[in-house]
Ligand binder design. Structure first.
Ligand SMILES: [Zn+2]
Length: 350
């Protein structure tokens, strides 16, 4: 499936294959209690404090802001991975409804983990089960093998199998999760999303798609995944740093090129195209860009391309660069208010 039609300055809707819509309020958040010195500490001191602080009202406005920014970037479909351990029940509905209001397609999953005990893991599984049983579009989320008991991994894969969906899981992002392949080898299926894969061996033996998130990997100093060596289809995600997929494509190209001077932009462009295997409906969406042609060699070096209009399922959700279904100013204002609430909570957290 081609991404675009260069002659018409148009592409299909872009797909973000791994996002954390709950993280849109985190920008500018208070400093952690001390400076993280490793990837593990970035998780413990930043992200696992943020997810504990979230309530459903903060989540709603975080998702609306992130969904708005997605359509403003020509991204019409998002594969989301969510965690809010103190507000689990109903969280996937909040995400699905907020995206529907803005006009973005979303696949939801709740990241199951044993970080909050067996009961926390069970509640996460139940949220995935509840959402899928109610007809929600999604997958079964798992945080990562290294934060899950073996029974939890088996339960998640069985739940996915029962619902005929894949498991959406972080895999070998940092060295803490180096044992992921051994623990998941007998469970993984072709419809799984294996996010990151930085520390997987070439002969990992897993099935599924690899979702590459180059900027996040650089930001966390975990190393370069060099995803082509893994021998699986590759899709592109942002890991929660926005949903501007042309920007992620450019970063993916620059990082690939640093690794291999012979690499061409067609390679990361094909990673965008893999998104249509995950969210096929996005291929029916249309983005008209202010400038063309939308050729990979040109876009790899074009840092100022914005959508003029975005159509989802034949309906304009963005016209003349502005959202049509929601009030962008209101969303930014309300999201700002919720961000301030979140920051106060984080400052008062142990
Ligand atoms: Zn992630």
């Amino acid at each position: 499936m081609d991404v675009g039609d260069p002659a018409a300055n148009e592409t299909r809707g872009l797909v973000c294959a791994h996002h954390h819509l709950y993280s849109a309020l985190a920008r500018g958040m208070p400093s952690p209690p001390r400076t993280p010195t490793s990837f593990r500490e970035i998780l413990e001191l930043v992200w696992w404090r943020l997810d504990r602080a979230l309530d459903l009202e903060m989540l709603e406005w975080s998702v609306k802001l992130a969904a708005l920014e997605a359509i403003e970037s020509g991204t019409t479909a998002i594969v989301d991975h969510h965690e809010s351990p103190n507000a689990i029940e109903g969280s996937l509905d909040v995400i699905a409804n907020a995206c529907a209001e803005v006009g973005v397609r979303v696949s939801c999953s709740y990241g199951v983990t044993n970080r909050h005990g067996q009961e926390g893991a069970q509640r996460g599984l139940e949220e995935n089960a509840r959402f899928l049983a109610s007809g929600g579009r999604g997958m079964v989320g798992v945080h990562a093998a290294f934060t899950c008991d073996p029974d939890t991994l088996v339960a998640a894969s069985e739940l996915a199998e029962k619902n005929e969906v894949g498991v959406h899981i972080h895999v070998a992002e940092g060295i803490d999760d180096i044992g992921a392949a051994d623990r998941l080898r007998d469970l993984s299926r072709d419809n799984w999303l294996l996010v990151h894969g930085v520390h997987l061996r070439d002969d990992h033996g897993l099935s599924g798609y690899v979702v590459h998130n180059p900027r996040s990997n650089m930001n966390n100093s975990v190393g370069y995944a060099a995803p082509q060596r893994l021998g699986l289809p590759i899709a592109l995600g942002t890991d929660g740093i926005g949903a501007a997929m042309l920007e992620e494509f450019r970063i993916a190209y620059a990082r690939l090129r640093e690794h291999d001077i012979m690499a061409t932009p067609e390679v990361p462009w094909s990673w965008l195209e893999t998104g249509y295997r995950l969210m096929p409906e996005a291929a029916n969406d249309r983005v008209t860009w202010f400038d063309g042609p939308v050729d990979p060699w040109r876009l790899a070096f074009h840092t100022n391309l914005r959508p003029e209009s975005v159509e989802v399922d034949g309906e304009f959700v963005l016209k003349e660069g502005a959202a049509t279904r929601v009030d962008a100013t209101e969303i930014r204002t309300k999201a700002g208010e919720q961000a301030r609430r979140l920051f106060v909570k984080l400052e008062n957290m142990d």
